[in-house]
Design a protein around this ligand. Sequence first.
Ligand code: GLA
Length: 358
Amino acid sequence: MQTSYAPGRVELLGNHTDYNEGVVLSAAIDRGVTLSGERTGSSRVTLCSTTLESTFEASTASLAPNKEHEWANYLLGVLDVFQKAGLPVGGFSAEIKSDLPLGAGLSSSAALEVSTAMLLQKLFGLSLDRLTIAKLCRRAENEFVGVNCGLLDQVSSAFGKAGHAIFLDCRNETVETTPFPDGVELLITQCGVPHRLSGGEYNERRLQCFDAAARLGAKALRDVTSAQLEAAKAMLPTLSYKRAAHVVGENERVLQGIEFLRNGNVRAFGALMFASHESSRHNFENSTPELDALVEIARDLPGVLGSRLTGGGFGGATVTLLERDKAHAVAETLVAKYREQTGHVAHAHLCEIADGAH
Ligand code: GLA
């Protein structure tokens, strides 16, 4: 029996920049997906989710996405792309345990994919580097699961480093880590209303971004500066302008943000997080009233430096940067006030920045 583990991630800045060939800052968190399994010695694949109390069987010879057991598609998808890449894999069994909430915007899907890849590596004696693993897992999500995500989630899960933020350049496919400043913590707050990226909004936003880049005569929104965008504003449909403004602004905020992290300027970093959320709300329209409420309540609490939605949006969670000594008080008050205002029960989790998959 072998085991593998891959964590979820929190996106710190750089919302919807990854598939626009941009830059993003993230971190792996102290929650994730553990798999234990072994080779079946045949073409049989036997999967079991303890969290969902569900099992599923398949054959390596006929892998296809399954509608009733969507959770299984993440594992089957990774097996499928490994096979298509000509890697010597075969049937296996796997039991999934996870302490990562599903649909919370913390990339439970990428954690499951990366954990599957790590398990396959062990079971079949492969030695792929982390970037190759992340890219194969993204391919599984794009081609098998059907979500056209970028590289952010899989890279964060594969490259996480305790106490460090991850800086990913999606065009150059380079990954750097930088120490996260002392004296601050990250609070992840699930809004209590799950999100579903397969819902279509994500792929729709992606196409709107590609369309905006084409109208601007750019290969990708990565190539557009805010000055260029402002100069072209009059000739762009409002929707294209707003989508582009979000991505262009986020890329710029990531580049400023990494400098602020390096200098330990947590206040300035927090201000960028608030600006990022405002841009999500107004320009990208991937926030929800619940996420807005969490950010607005957090803004007024002593010790809070910044707050924004994290991940795809349309539900999920916010990430709040706050002073360590006020962290517990903020978490309690945020949940209480949010319940008063919206009637929803939020889950707040003070998270450690953790190591990536192993
Ligand atoms: C989801 C996707 C990522 C990224 C974020 C938004 O998490 O899976 O690839 O696009 O949304 O930044």
